[in-house]
Ligand binder design. Structure first.
Ligand code: C5P
Length: 219
């Protein structure tokens, strides 16, 4: 028996990579599989939440019962989040949003020649920071994938983005695979979860979110 810890709550999740077009067929993306975000969406559904999943391109089947909004680029993800977030009680930002997009992508396929090709990259908006700086933000949860100094970088990120909760993992232990190791950072300190399948970790994360949410929101 799983208690319905988020019964009736509206949870918005972003998942997967974003894909930034270079030309008509090519793009810049990253190795995010979407597995962690989809597991979080599934765990939230199990906990009784109404779940909207905004997802970049992945090879995964979305969890049954989620309202799924597929997007491609970071700008599209931002637009979808802005359209949905006003309805959300909890926002869990698991997506590996591309930090840069290609300025002036070519409408036609770029032809190769002997010259050096230069792509100009411009920074993408920070979707999560946009949400936390809203007037009445939902309860926001961030993710951080680091390649080194996990504790230091994660806590810095949590403070910079003004998050009550951030889940951090090491790229080598998390990205692409079915298993991960999560460390949770909140106002009470650091909670290291045992490594395991992403769905198991997602269920623990949802329990943690439900506890913090209940402590800061009456009913
Ligand atoms: O700064 P960094 O990308 O490591 O922060 C990770 C957190 O911020 C994740 O929760 C990610 O979903 C979110 N993020 C975002 N938009 C970006 C970059 C990161 O929402 N452009």
């Amino acid at each position: 028996f799983q208690p319905k810890l988020l019964a009736g709550k509206r949870v918005l999740v972003t998942a997967g990579p974003t894909w930034e077009a270079v030309d008509a067929v090519r793009g810049i993306t990253n190795r995010s599989s979407g597995k962690m975000g989809y597991a979080v969406a599934r765990a939230a559904l199990e906990a009784g939440a109404k779940v909207t999943l905004i997802t970049g391109p992945t090879a995964l089947k979305p969890p049954r019962g989620a309202h799924v909004i597929p997007v491609v680029s970071a700008q599209e993800m931002l637009n979808a989040v802005n359209a949905e977030v006003g309805e959300a009680d909890i926002f869990i930002s698991v997506a590996a949003v591309a930090d840069y997009y290609v300025l002036n992508p070519s409408e036609q396929k770029i032809k190769k020649d002997a010259h050096i090709l230069t792509l100009e990259l411009a920074p993408n908006p920070d979707i999560l920071a946009n949400v936390t700086s809203r007037a009445n933000p939902p309860f926001c949860v961030g993710f951080a994938a680091e390649s080194e100094n996990l504790y230091e970088f994660a806590e810095l990120k949590r403070r910079r983005k003004n998050l009550p909760l951030l889940a951090a993992n090491l790229v080598t232990e998390a990205v692409g695979g079915d298993e991960s190791r999560l460390t949770l950072f909140d106002d009470n300190g650091v909670h290291a979860l045992a490594p395991g399948p992403k769905l198991t970790l997602a269920r623990q994360l949802i329990r943690h979110i439900a506890t913090l949410y209940a402590a800061t929101h009456s009913v």
